[in-house]
Design a binder for this molecule. Sequence first.
Ligand code: HEM
Length: 185
Amino acid sequence: MIHDFLTWLGSTEWSVRLLESLWVWPLIESTHVLSIALFVGSAMMMDLRLMGVRFGTVRASDFTSRLLPWTRGGFVVMVITGILVFYSNPVRYYHNIFFRLKMILMVVAGLNIWLFHSRIHNRVADWDTAAPPPRAARVAGLVSFASWTLIVVFGRLIAYNWFDCDLQPQPGFVNWASGCMLPAE
Ligand code: HEM
């Protein structure tokens, strides 16, 4: 059902025009890459503070309150440009194993952000200058740092078609993980 819906989505006029555009697609993709600097860059600075690796002399609350607006702004640009890139070729990306791994890690990173803000950062006054920060904050920083690193790596690997469904035979696990629609034998 998802495959059929995405096949229809990919046949819509704007999806085809976006994929075939000379300048628009590269501009959107470049903005997707550029916004990594703002989003992942500022998020990783915060993770280094949370892990107690750097910026220990700056109060945690000052660090987060100054950086979060930039991080949030960068995230919005990443998601909008990412959705547009996805819209340009939905079926190919939906069955791309690296795109799927990236989306799974986005869920992990999102859960980690929710847990951090709802359970740890709301009591930042208790550990604002603690060195090192409490274990929960350090773990949240480490999970965030690792998940965004992997999201960037998998994002980069999406462009490589090593495991694409139309390059058969692929290992059984790859066909399963990519949801390849193989003809009945
Ligand atoms: C918010 C966190 C995100 C990060 C850090 C991220 C990171 C990346 C990176 C590093 C690339 C490789 C760019 C290149 O080298 O060409 C990429 C590509 C891509 N991203 Fe994202 N991305 C994010 C969100 C999204 C979202 C929400 C979507 C769509 C739902 C998305 C869809 C894509 C697609 C389809 C590509 C492949 C473009 C291609 O090479 O064909 N991204 N992303």
